[in-house]
Write a protein that binds this ligand. Structure first.
Ligand SMILES: NC(=O)c1ccc[n+]([C@@H]2O[C@H](COP(=O)([O-])OP(=O)(O)OC[C@H]3O[C@@H](n4cnc5c(N)ncnc54)[C@H](OP(=O)(O)O)[C@@H]3O)[C@@H](O)[C@H]2O)c1
Length: 285
């Protein structure tokens, strides 16, 4: 019989098998470490096999129940292979779709291949992985957490495609939440504001000096980078994810980061044009 813990969680709730994508750096690494330290069995992913092996070695040395597998979300074969090996290994209880990156550039300056890659990594790959793991998650009454972004609530100039992937992530998360509710699977989209991670240095900046948008884009990029550098550590997002997993009925959307809740509330209540004006001032569009 499951033992009821003080906060209403059962003992079996406490030790779940969790997959965190993009767990080699930033928010994903903070989530993976936090959940492993809490006693969950965690499988993290990193793109480079050598990095996955190195991270697994570090976790083993630290005595953590955390192992890494290689995964590039833009490779359908790799997504299918990971899903198959997780199912063979007994399935999982929690999927945290965290991996992602951002392209920066005016819509006019971004080539179709770059748009496709942005959607492949941030949306289509995670969607495929989720779909493949869904039968097992339904069986085990598992959980799905999507790492979206407040940029999914208010689109940002020069980050239109990135914002679009995050708006789509939240839309898919909401739909899945309703579809999976009768099966006892809870789905939540955690939406961070600016966080200090490798996201900033990994950003792909497009459009050169000859771009019609060059000066405005450069000014905005500097403002965006400044906000991210001064943002909180990814630990605050990891805490938000841990809280989501601890709740019996987690909410659909969870803002995270400094002023995350206030920003989300403002974006919900302010007239749309006012919100856009404020965001344009902050990021100097
Ligand atoms: N930082 C922010 O301000 C912020 C704000 C809102 C939302 N977010 C979201 O939070 C999530 C994590 O970002 P972060 O801030 O932690 O940035 P990060 O440190 O750059 O981490 C991103 C992770 O995604 C992985 N990744 C990138 N491309 C991939 C691909 N093709 N296939 C598989 N994995 C891939 C990277 O894996 P490798 O180690 O293999 O490179 C990396 O571990 C992202 O979805 C991001 O959009 C970030």
């Amino acid at each position: 019989m499951a033992v009821i813990a003080g906060d209403g969680m059962t003992a079996t709730d406490r030790t779940r098998r969790v997959v965190v994508t993009g767990a080699g750096t930033g928010i994903g690494r903070a989530i993976a470490l936090r959940l492993a330290r809490a006693g969950h069995t965690v499988v993290g992913t990193a793109r480079a096999p050598s990095r996955a092996a190195e991270l697994s070695g570090d976790a083993r040395a630290a005595g953590l129940p955390l192992e890494y597998r290689p995964l590039d979300l833009s490779s359908r074969n790799q997504v299918e292979a990971l899903a198959a090996s997780l199912a063979e290994g007994g399935g999982i209880d929690v999927l945290v779709n965290n991996a992602g990156y951002g392209i920066f550039g005016a819509v006019e300056d971004v080539q179709p291949e770059q748009v496709l890659r942005q959607f492949d990594v941030n949306l289509f790959g995670p969607l495929l992985l989720t779909r493949l793991l869904m039968p097992g998650l339904r069986e085990r009454q598992g959980r799905i957490v999507w790492v979206g972004s407040l940029a999914g609530r208010q689109s940002l100039a020069f980050q239109g495609h990135y914002s679009a992937t995050k708006a789509a992530t939240a839309a898919v998360s909401d739909a899945l939440r309703m579809e999976l509710k009768p099966f006892g699977v809870h789905v939540t989209c955690v939406e961070p504001g600016d966080i200090s991670t490798e996201f900033t240095s990994s950003r792909i900046v497009l459009g050169g000096e000859e771009s019609a948008y060059a000066a405005r884009a450069a000014r905005s990029l500097a403002a965006v980078e400044r906000e991210e550098h001064h943002g909180p550590s990814p630990e605050c997002v990891a805490r938000a994810v841990e809280r989501v997993l601890a709740r019996r009925r987690p909410p659909a959307r969870v803002p995270a980061g400094r002023l995350g809740r206030t920003t989300a509330l403002f974006l919900r209540l302010a007239p749309y044009d006012v919100a856009q004006w404020v965001v344009a001032r902050l990021y100097r569009f």
